[in-house]
Design a protein around this ligand. Structure first.
Ligand code: FNR
Length: 403
């Protein structure tokens, strides 16, 4: 099966699993500890039932929505993921290009393989930036200036990663071992298409280091390569990516949020919230939105499913914060459930990484279009002509706090 023939995200996941060495697939698909929260994210969606509204005129539907004053084609967005380069060497550049073509928001991760300026240069769409704070806080101001200058509209501080989660698949697979474990090399050799792309990425990296220019998606080779310089660095090698991931875990505090709020003029979000009692304080600090997220079950195992926490955060935010959700969204129907429960939008992580692995930019695009088609159909069948028509009356079985 080719990625264009995938009928749903699960098909794309299977294609990715076929193309990737096991150690890489596990790094994308796995969660923390016993993966209880990873599974919960999914099972909680399945528990929620639809109660469609009868006789609504849904002959035409409008999936668009306004977020932070900007009109978006639909409320589905791409979550920040480091190590996309493991899936495919074109990594964030392919993702940004697909997001722009589909007119959806892409939030780039701090631990991306490509510099934030390069990703922005390849995108005509709306980009947001996910921030892990540099351990040396004096570098924050410069970093924020670069992010703003490159055109990223909104900034999300990830707040659920004071240390990395206990990812046992990665430990068992010795993902971080240098040189790579012989088993990893063997696995790579067994996936020649992936290995060829991986080696090409390495060669591109070395060329970039020599100042010969930087790689992009093969489809974007027409774009000019710019020489490497301190302000315009070459992409990270895989080793650097790993090291960045390891060192990027740090404790974000209230003082950091306050300081970043004073330095960043655009919309500011906090990503990784799993409770509702601090919402008043976020509003007082000038935070504009939150992402209810458990990092796709990769951080603290044992936390609830995000869709189970969403309603209480929506209620506590009381319209003062835009509330987004990620975790376990695999169907357009899941998007409809989250929107009905008050989300301003949802992010997907692994689904587009599987698309990236399976088909590069085209694979990411396929995933977005599959989700768009499912969401559109779900809206019609629910009796919702617009995103604003999605309300709590359309779902039952959700964990909604008593008022
Ligand atoms: C992530 N996520 C993540 N989040 C973040 O704030 N910064 C990051 O660099 C990363 N990196 C990352 C890598 C990989 C491989 C995955 C799977 C996830 C978490 C991500 O933004 C999002 O919260 C989850 O992926 C959402 O869950 P689903 O859609 O993957 O189930």
């Amino acid at each position: 099966m080719r990625v264009q023939d995938a009928v749903n995200v699960e098909d794309v996941r299977k294609l990715a699993r076929r193309r990737l060495p096991r150690v890489v697939f596990d790094a994308l698909a796995g969660g923390a500890g016993d993966e209880v929260s990873l599974r919960r994210n999914r099972t909680a969606f399945d528990r929620i039932e639809f109660r469609p509204r009868p006789l609504a005129d849904v002959a035409t539907r409008d999936l668009s929505t306004t977020v932070f004053g900007e009109r978006l084609s639909m409320p589905i967005m791409l979550a920040p993921t480091g190590a996309g380069r493991l899936a495919r060497s074109s990594a964030e550049i392919a993702v940004a290009r697909a997001a722009a073509r589909a007119n959806v928001v892409y939030m780039q991760s701090t631990v991306a393989a490509f510099p934030l300026e390069d990703v922005a240069a390849h995108s005509t769409g709306t980009l947001w930036y996910q921030l892990y704070l540099p351990p040396d806080r004096s570098e924050v101001g410069d970093l924020l200036r670069r992010i703003a200058a490159a055109g990223y509209r909104a900034l999300a501080i990830t707040i659920d990663t004071p240390v990395l989660g206990n990812r046992e698949r990665d430990t068992r697979n010795r993902l971080m071992s240098r040189p790579p474990h012989p088993r990893t090399v063997l696995q790579g050799a067994g996936k020649p298409a992936w290995a060829a792309d991986f080696v090409r990425g390495k060669v591109d990296y070395l060329r970039g280091q020599l100042g010969a220019g930087r790689p992009g998606d093969p489809a974007s080779s027409a774009s000019p390569a710019s020489p490497a310089s301190p302000a315009n660095p070459v992409p990270l090698s895989l080793d650097q990516t790993r090291a960045t991931i390891a060192s990027s875990s740090d404790c974000v505090t209230w003082a950091d949020v306050e300081r970043i709020r004073s330095l960043w003029e655009g919309p500011l979000l906090l990503k990784g919230l799993m409770r509702s009692d601090e919402c008043d304080r976020f509003v007082e600090l000038g935070v504009d939105g939150v992402v209810v997220s458990n990092h796709g079950g990769r951080q603290l195992d044992g936390v609830p499913a995000t869709i189970d926490i969403l309603p209480e955060v929506v209620d506590a935010a009381a319209g003062r914060l835009a509330v987004f959700l990620d975790g376990g969204v695999r169907r357009g129907n899941d998007v409809a459930k989250a929107l009905a429960l008050g989300a301003a939008g949802v992010f997907v992580g692994r689904p587009y990484l599987y698309g990236l692995a399976a088909g590069g930019e085209a694979g990411v695009l396929r995933v977005i279009e599959l989700l768009r088609a499912e969401f559109d159909r779900a809206m019609a069948l629910l009796g919702a002509a617009t995103v604003a028509d999605l309300d709590r009356s359309l779902v039952s079985g959700a964990r909604i706090p008593a008022t």
